[in-house]
Design a protein around this ligand. Structure first.
Ligand code: ADP
Ligand code: MG
Length: 329
């Protein structure tokens, strides 16, 4: 028999901003009891803002920002976009001094052009760009005025990752710790084997996230916050939306392990995410929900898409599935 009520259910879902892969998804939606929420871009806006640059002793803040931004301009992560935008090297080319409230010069920024042997950002050229998911980025930066042969291999990322690359991070350790304890995300810029400064970022919680978490809890789902970000930033976000269970500093490949661990405890797990690094966990979950504002990879891996990128639609999907399946039974 054609499950007409199920089809009606999926049609109604589209009206509510929820796209369902197939009618069978409604049954999965009805039975989940745990909801794992990715932090960046799911609970938070995913639009990080660079709020401070802390040069190490003997370094210059404008130089730290300039070299970091040259490399980060190639990154897809919200961290990269924020740093590049703050320096005016995101291709949109707001000039020097375009970062209100940051209080540092942004190098000589200026014109943007593309060369055949690499991308020119402002007047800086980046070669050999590489992004390591959940860790950072690196590239060789050659500034316009550095002359032939003077190029720096610049790394921007977590203290742990830089340390593993042989970078000395002692000079910035206190600043990183303080920023993280304050609930910020801190990444370190390094070249010539030494950390040169800390870039401090913040990512506000979406206005609807607190209500969404309340609604999910009222529906009997236990919320868990999951992130690759540091413990301090994770706790700060969790506090704002009243989530007690936090799993922080999770490597992209370990997000799926968190989902499986909860399943091993007998829980039926919904996972909500938006990033490339969430895709495996979305597929492994009993129900995968992707933010419509997120990456295509996440949307493809998910059973259900929250079209507007509003977490409250997840609660609506659960309510809809329960109402719809009541009609059939
Ligand atoms: P999330 O789960 O919050 O999206 P990710 O797994 O993407 O976190 O990243 C984890 C951490 O890796 C970030 O908090 C940051 O410290 C570091 N990182 C990731 N991408 C970058 C980047 N482009 N530049 C610097 N650091 C990065
Ligand atoms: Mg995310």
């Amino acid at each position: 028999a054609t499950p007409t009520a199920l089809l009606v259910g999926t049609g109604r879902g589209a009206q509510l901003g929820v796209l369902i892969k197939g009618p069978e998804v409604l049954e999965q939606t009805r039975t989940v009891d745990t909801v794992v929420l990715d932090k960046t871009g799911t609970v938070t806006q995913g639009r990080m803002a660079l709020v401070d640059v802390l040069p190490a002793d003997g370094e210059r803040g404008d130089e730290v920002l300039r070299y970091a931004a040259a490399v980060e301009a190639h990154a897809e992560h919200p961290i990269g976009r924020a740093i590049a935008a703050a320096a005016g090297s995101d291709g949109g080319a707001p000039g020097p001094g375009s970062t209100p409230g940051l209080g540092i010069g942004a190098g000589d920024g200026g014109e943007t052009a593309r060369g055949a042997d690499g991308v020119v950002i402002g007047s800086d050229q980046v070669l050999d760009f590489r992004a390591e998911a959940g860790s950072g980025v690196e590239g060789v930066v050659r500034t316009a005025h550095s002359g032939l042969g003077l190029a720096r291999r610049v790394l921007v990322g977590t203290v742990g990752w830089l340390g593993a690359q042989g970078v000395a991070t002692g000079a910035v350790a206190d600043d990183v710790r303080a920023a993280e304890a304050d609930g910020a995300t801190a990444v370190v810029a390094a070249w010539d084997g030494r950390a040169r400064g800390v870039l401090v970022l913040r990512d506000p919680v979406k206005p609807s996230s607190r209500d969404a978490v309340d609604e999910l809890r009222a529906l009997g789902l236990r919320p868990v916050l999951l992130t690759g970000d540091n413990e301090g930033a994770a706790r700060a976000t969790a506090r704002e939306v009243f989530i007690d269970d936090v799993v922080a500093r999770v490597r992209p490949e370990d997000k799926v392990a968190t989902v499986r661990r909860l399943q091993g405890e007998g829980r039926r797990v919904a996972m909500v995410g938006d990033g490339v690094n969430d895709a495996a966990a979305l597929a492994a979950a009993d129900l995968g929900l992707a933010m419509g504002t997120g990456t295509d990879v996440a949307i493809e891996a998910a059973d259900l898409t929250l079209v507007r990128g509003d977490l409250r639609s997840a609660a609506q999907a659960v309510r809809l599935s329960r109402a719809t399946l009541r009609v059939i039974k």
